[in-house]
Design a protein around this ligand. Sequence first.
Ligand code: TRP
Length: 362
Amino acid sequence: MKAVPKSLLETSLEYDLDSPSVIEGEYKRRILTGMRPTGLLHLGHYKGALENWLKLQDEFHCNFLIADLHALADHPDDPNFVKENIIEVVTDWLAVGINPDDNNIFVQTGIPELGELTVLIQTLFGFNELMRNPTLKSEIRDLDESNKGTTVSFATYPVSQAADIIGPLGDLVPAGDDQKPMIETVRTISRRFNRIYGDKTGFKLPIPQMLKSDFGRLVGTDGSTKMSKTRGNVIGFSNTNKEIEKIVNKMPSSGKSISDPGTTEDHLVFTYLDAFYPNKDELKELKKAYRKGGIGEGEVKSYLKRCLVEFIMPIRERRLDLSNNKNYVIDVIHEGTKKTRVEVQEVLSHIREAMGLFTFTE
Ligand code: TRP
């Protein structure tokens, strides 16, 4: 197993890999990560998460979570929207190349034990502590401002997220910067569990670490800091070639004339080429020529159009095949959820035992 580069690890490792774990055999670090099913995925998801997952899935045992409960917490009056998007998001994952045979794709509400685990670990985290979470605070502010209001489920989702990670014993959590406070929450809970119950019983939880992606966040096609559907600045896996070309044509550019020398830094089209152009040497040459002068915006954009069309076309086609084969996608979800559920059940029974809960016999 390859070591994880230190630079990508957000927090220090406190977990002694020889300490007890319920996973039998040689200890292998385990990935747990997920998304809320709230819409079709786009290039922002690819750069911020999926590209990284594709690399990790060959190295680690991965559990990929569809956080449908968190989506419901956010869209309580629209359960069908959430349900449909479970299939859409898994279709997107499979279309980009997530391998469901060696990894588990699972749905949060398909594992009721995660609810039980949430309730148990809620005793290990302070209410005021939770309310200090800066990501949660700004999400609650947005919900209240949009008049949707905040459900209890939403207000406490960082604890449910901790259960998602602890349940399948995830110890590496690939996530974006905004998820850092959530990782701090699960680390705090796991440390407290170990101090109160683990030292006495010998059953200890790993202290999860957050794993950053190489690229970070992709800016929107309008140049604003985040690609997001509500801002209408996305390129999605379902976009046609024509749509992709149209979006690139609309991207802001420098407006320089062809013969002028140009700068490639802070140039949106080059930012995208940096993210997606497959041949780095060729891109270097293009940048050199652009800086010298003689290359116009139209030509640079045509490079980007070609490269994005070539990138998205095969994903879109696989997506279409999968959409015509919905039963396969549903099977993948069932199988992955069943396998992860067995893992969670085992961990939960150890946690109940370590916590010294009243035992019931049939
Ligand atoms: N909160 C995450 C998001 O909005 C989704 C999520 C739920 C998650 N549980 C998780 C991510 C556990 C990583 C680990 O994207």
